[in-house]
Design a protein around this ligand. Structure first.
Ligand code: SF4
Length: 219
């Protein structure tokens, strides 16, 4: 009985924190962007260490932070920025693209009437966000094989690859646009004529000590 009470009180606390995150979805959206930028900037370091080695520690940090704030289930394909910071994995039916048809009056869940529908909260959170319109985009189904992996790391790694490819494409475009520049590169450019003084014989006296040494050698 005591265990059940503890579990219920923990559940209520987590639900309160979820509501807090949704109320402050705009601030969390900003934080999320900064975290992503930091991880993208760390791509060269992660690549050197090996992504498979950093996966576990990053996943542990991600789990710790997101479990507290969003009651995260570590699905591995985080969509919080598209769902107003309301985690769709908390929907008892785990629906990823909007509510089912059983939402109760007052936007309460059909399966768990003590909580608000995850999707009703998602619309509320999205309405406070800068890029809240992302909620209208259709999300792909959950890939179960990614469960437990770090979503932060996967997304930032994909972004880093995308940025690298875009940089390479830009360089190639510039190189092709200025292909004539190769004809006047330094190795093929004519040499500047040398001044006349450079052709005169110049006698350089050796230092005094050096003369003495030479004499000494003769005797
Ligand atoms: S969408 Fe997935 S990764 Fe994001 S908070 Fe929910 S369970 Fe966690």
């Amino acid at each position: 009985m005591r265990k059940q009470n503890l579990a219920a009180s923990k559940g209520r606390e987590m639900y309160r924190l979820r509501l807090f995150a949704i109320r402050h979805s705009r601030a969390f959206e900003w934080i999320y962007r900064r975290v992503e930028q930091t991880l993208v900037a760390m791509d060269p370091l992660f690549a050197r260490i090996g992504y498979e080695r950093v996966e576990r520690p990053v996943a542990l940090v991600e789990k710790a932070v997101k479990t507290v704030l969003f009651d995260c289930k570590m699905c591995g394909q985080c969509v919080l920025s598209s769902t107003g910071m309301s985690c769709p994995m908390n929907c008892p039916k785990q629906l990823r693209n909007g509510p089912c048809g059983g939402v109760r009056p007052g936007a309460y869940c059909e399966v768990k009437p003590e909580m608000k529908c995850v999707w009703a909260l998602a619309w509320d959170g999205a309405s406070r966000m800068k890029n809240g319109s992302q909620i209208t985009e259709v999300l792909p189904p959950v890939e179960r094989n990614l469960e437990g992996s770090s979503s932060w790391l996967r997304v930032s790694r994909e972004k880093a690859v995308h940025l690298r490819e875009a940089r390479e494409a830009r360089r190639t475009t510039i190189a092709m646009a200025f292909s004539g520049a190769r004809k006047v590169e330094p190795s093929t450019a004519p040499l500047v004529e040398e001044p006349e003084a450079a052709h005169r014989d110049v006698t350089i006296d050796p230092p005094a000590g050096a003369k003495a040494d030479v004499k000494g050698d003769k005797t």
